[in-house]
Ligand binder design. Structure first.
Ligand SMILES: C[S@@+](CC[C@H](N)C(=O)[O-])C[C@H]1O[C@@H](n2cnc3c(N)ncnc32)[C@H](O)[C@@H]1O
Length: 643
């Protein structure tokens, strides 16, 4: 609901812009993100509308390669706008000079992400999979970014949300609430991929008065680190108790904190919780119709958490099952329901002793008893296909859960050879080709097949968790527990876990709470049912990412890659480069620029960048208009500028 503070003419204007710009955004993200060696489809404002066909990815890739070393976007934009399909799109969808201008500016925002001089890039994260059940986009630093820097080309445009769009936009889409205007605004452009962290390394600032938003660093950001902003104190529920950020994970707060019984019941305080200063930009999620009815209530007070009905329900279910499991454990019930989405590696309640290592930060709990027997119990809430007893099926290798990254791998071990997608459906889950593709990648090396994480993080603690042990001793179990606790990233990736367990030769018990009586398979010899995975470092010497390599016969893997259409494309590129064992991110770079991440030849470009940065440094202003050189000198909140 648009605030009553907006005048009718403003509203008309807003309707005009948000309707068109959101349509442009969908079109541009398809052709400039989804189809460009990216392994997920990013959120769309109007997911149900199919954008018209754009230029082929090959054409766009050529353009980007041609201009990637340019210092500015204009030549690239010029060539882009000269493409016949873009011309016809503009003719058909941008009828006025103003709209043409808006389209061009917006295209420029997305195109500029691909200049090698920019210090960020689009990546994916599995962090929110537990709730969103998909990989989500994130922004990753490609260079070291000093504090107080306006990150070049990481921009977005805020457009006031039309009442029509309030009901039709994608429920997962984020919107900004401008306190000064009292309006809900859509955030469009690369800025919208920045995720929230309770200890953010950046914040949004307004650039000029036309709704353009930029991102300024709060502190030094290292290469490979995710760029995050703080949306608002209560964006993810009261005191962000549903927040899944790395800080909450580290501190055992938010989503990772102790479950409270009535955590999600809406209290009256919750409806009036927003306390953000009137000048801040805050992000909130898009709302469904009923959510907007809540908003009027919130408008008067500022930022309001708006959860879609489905999100609320999903979170509620998750949290309920978490509380159940805790209650269950405390009463020493024998079995608890722990949803796999949370990847709670939990010991059975009866084994929970006072000595249990409480890795609640990750929702991991390893009991002393269990550690002693070097056995880790894994709970799976989702229905697993019925052939449990057949240990030739890689039970541990694939839980069947959508978050399971190796659904494709499953088919490799099936005697029947049924497709992985079918088996996914048999488990009552819809798994798109894309989502399978998300997690698998293949090399042409006949002995080595690559199963890689999407954008493995450089900063994750995998470096500390090298698997060297195969003795299965108590110390090893301890080490496993500790490594899991310190690993921020890997918890939603079963493939990684499985490889881990496999290497450590631990017994693993897989059980499904959905089957009655509960099916339970104990596997003692993982090597007989698991592929011999190895964790390798990306062969790009500039990349610290680790990923999984499974060495098995090429035949079996070949089948899976046929199913994954996009991966297939990717594979072809990969094959032609004859560059095995690169992580997914480096592969993407090879596809786009013929160079590895973050690009060795980039040194030259980054020296230019340094100059640009120093120019920007003096230009950061506080609210009173004083120039400051270091943002960290003052509270970053002061830098939220009203639009
Ligand atoms: C502004 S978008 C950020 C980009 C988003 N990840 C994407 O793929 O488009 C906000 C969405 O990201 C996710 N998100 C970002 N930060 C989060 C956090 N700290 N906890 C939970 N979800 C978060 C939520 O799904 C939210 O709706």
């Amino acid at each position: 609901m648009v605030s009553s503070r907006s005048s009718p003419s403003r509203q008309n204007n807003a309707t005009f812009l948000s309707t068109h710009l959101s349509t442009f955004d969908d079109y541009l993200t398809v052709i400039l993100v989804d189809l460009l060696y990216f392994w997920i489809d990013v959120h769309k404002v109007h997911p149900s509308r199919r954008p018209p066909r754009g230029p082929s990815p090959a054409v766009i890739t050529d353009l980007l390669r041609k201009h990637s070393y340019d210092s500015g976007t204009m030549p690239l934009l010029k060539d882009f706008l000269a493409l016949p399909s873009i011309k016809s799109y503009i003719l058909g969808h941008a009828g006025t000079p103003r709209l043409v201008h808006e389209f061009e500016s917006h295209a420029r925002r997305y195109l500029s992400m691909y200049l090698l001089s920019v210090s960020f890039e689009l990546g994916t994260t599995e962090r929110y999979r537990a709730v969103s059940q998909r990989s989500e986009a994130c922004i990753i630093a490609r260079n070291l970014i000093e504090a107080g820097i306006t990150i070049n080309h990481l921009t977005g445009k805020m457009v006031a949300l039309s009442s029509q769009d309030q009901h039709s936009i994608n429920r997962d889409f984020s919107i900004i609430y401008s306190h000064r205007l009292g309006e809900s605004c859509l955030m469009l452009g690369p800025c919208r991929f920045v995720n929230h962290d309770c200890d953010p390394n950046c914040h949004f600032v307004a650039q000029g008065g036309s709704g353009v938003v930029a991102v300024v660093s709060n502190r030094r950001i290292y290469k490979g680190e995710e760029i995050t902003v703080g949306y608002a104190d209560n964006y993810f529920g009261t005191k962000n108790r549903e927040c899944m950020c790395a800080t909450c994970e580290r501190k055992g707060r938010g989503f990772f904190g102790a479950p409270r019984p009535n955590r999600f019941s809406r209290s009256s305080t919750e409806t009036s919780q927003s306390t953000n200063s009137s000048d801040e930009l805050s992000v909130r999620e898009s709302s469904s119709e009923d959510d907007f009815s809540d908003q009027s209530e919130a408008d008067s007070e500022g930022v309001k958490l708006h959860r879609t009905r489905s999100q609320k329900r999903r979170r509620l279910e998750l949290m309920e099952s978490r509380s159940k499991s805790t209650a269950c454990a405390s009463t020493k019930a024998t079995k608890c329901s722990v949803p796999l989405q949370e990847e709670n590696y939990d010991c059975p309640a009866d084994a929970k002793s006072d000595n249990s290592i409480d890795n609640s930060v990750l929702g991991l709990q390893f009991s002393e008893a269990r550690r002693r027997s070097s056995r880790i119990i894994r709970r799976v809430s989702t229905p697993i296909k019925r052939d449990y007893e057949d240990v030739t099926r890689p039970v541990g290798c694939n839980s069947g859960h959508p978050s399971d990254s190796n659904t494709g791998l499953k088919s490799r071990f099936k005697k029947s050879g049924a497709s992985s997608l079918n088996s996914g459906r048999a488990c009552g889950r819809k798994k798109s080709l894309r989502s399978v593709q998300t997690n698998l990648n293949y090399s042409n090396n006949s002995r080595c097949r690559l199963a890689s994480l999407p954008t493995p993080p450089l900063s994750a603690s995998w470096t500390n968790s090298d698997i060297t042990s195969d003795s299965g001793s108590d110390e090893d179990a301890d080490e496993v527990a500790r490594s899991f606790a310190s690993s921020n990233y890997s918890r939603y990736n079963n493939l990684l876990y499985n490889a881990y367990f496999c290497d450590a030769k631990y017994d693993l018990v897989v059980e499904s709470e959905h089957s009655i009586p509960r099916n339970k398979v104990e596997v003692n010899n993982w090597e007989s049912v698991m592929p011999p995975f190895e964790i390798k470092k990306c062969q790009n010497k500039n990349c610290k990412a680790k990923f999984l390599v499974a060495s098995r016969s090429a035949k079996k893997y070949g089948k899976v890659s046929n199913l994954v259409l996009d991966s297939q494309k990717y594979v072809q590129r990969y094959l032609s480069m004859r560059q095995p064992l690169l992580c997914l991110r480096c592969n993407r770079h090879v596809g786009l620029y013929d160079t590895n991440w973050p690009n060795v030849r980039h040194e030259m470009a980054s020296s230019n960048l340094k100059e640009e940065i120093s120019v920007h440094e003096g230009e950061v202003q506080d609210r009173e208009g004083r120039k400051v050189s270091r943002l960290s000198d003052i509270t970053y909140r002061k830098f939220f500028i009203a639009i």
